[in-house]
Each structure stands twice: as structure tokens, then as C-alpha cells.
Design a protein around this ligand. Structure first.
Ligand code: FES
Length: 148
């Protein structure tokens, strides 16, 4: 009985701490770069994969409250595309693999050679014809979840 309770308590504590262990996320996702760790959001491992959890009240992500703005988190470009919607795509361009994708004028764009993509990751010109990998975003109050 005691052992069972101790285990539950241990798991509870592990869960709380695990949410801020970005190093675990990096190892699990195989991302080649984990720069700016202080800017990285809380991450958790959910049933469908890893999740980026962004607090839109925090200084790092509050710009996402304004349509047209974007942030780059752990290699994911996350944009506020309308009053009610977000879009998230990989920062790695499908043209020649450069990690340069940004959000500009309502679409994703790679300045390396001009590839353009819509908010669903679909290519808008020949350079961007292979599209971009997209991620599901879910807003719950002021918490934005990106499933990666
Ligand atoms: S690598 Fe992005 S347009 Fe060429």
C-alpha cells in the first residue's frame, strides 16, 4: 500500500517537472538544433506525440495575439493567421532544405529562393511546389498547443 502511494506521488512529481524538461523533448524529437533554450516553451509528451505549449500571456509569445505576427519555436514557425486561427509549419524549406521559412503578408515564405506557401502548407509557386509540413494547433484560453 505504502509503496503504491509512493509510486503515485513520484509519478505526479515527475509529470510536473517533466513539463519543463526541454532536453527530453530534444532527445525524443531528434531535432538537430535546440538553441535558445530559455525561449523554448513548456513541452510535454502526449498520446499523439510531442507538444509545444505556448502561454500567449508570456512576453516571449504575446506577439501571437496580433494577426500577422509569428514566432519560431524549436524549428516550428507558428503564425497568427486570423482572429481565431493559427498555423504552424516546419521552418525547414522543402525547396533546398534551408531553415529560413517565415510568415509574411498572410503566407509562409522562404527568402532563400522565394518559395511561397499558403497557411495550409500548400505551395503557391514552382519553388514552393513541394509544400511544407504542417502541425495541428489548438487554442485553449490563452494557451496555444502545437502538436509536433
Ligand atoms: S531553400 Fe527555400 S526557397 Fe530555396
Amino acid at each position: 500500500m505504502n509503496e503504491k502511494m509512493n509510486r503515485m506521488e513520484f509519478l505526479k512529481r515527475l509529470g510536473l517537472k517533466g513539463a519543463s524538461l526541454f532536453a527530453v523533448y530534444c532527445a525524443a524529437s531528434g531535432l538537430s538544433s535546440c538553441v535558445n533554450e530559455s525561449m523554448d516553451p513548456t513541452t510535454t509528451t502526449g498520446g499523439t506525440g510531442n507538444e509545444l505549449i505556448l502561454d500567449l500571456n508570456s512576453a516571449a509569445y504575446s506577439k501571437l495575439n496580433t494577426v500577422g505576427n509569428y514566432v519560431v519555436v524549436s524549428g516550428v514557425v507558428i503564425a497568427r493567421v486570423s482572429a481565431t486561427a493559427f498555423a504552424a509549419v516546419t521552418q525547414v524549406c522543402s525547396h533546398e532544405g534551408q531553415r529560413k521559412v517565415v510568415f509574411n503578408a498572410g503566407e509562409f515564405y522562404c527568402p532563400a529562393h522565394g518559395a511561397r506557401f499558403d497557411t495550409a502548407g500548400k505551395g503557391l509557386n514552382s519553388t514552393g511546389s513541394r509544400g511544407l509540413k504542417t502541425y495541428v494547433t489548438t487554442l485553449d484560453g490563452t494557451t496555444l498547443k502545437v502538436t509536433v
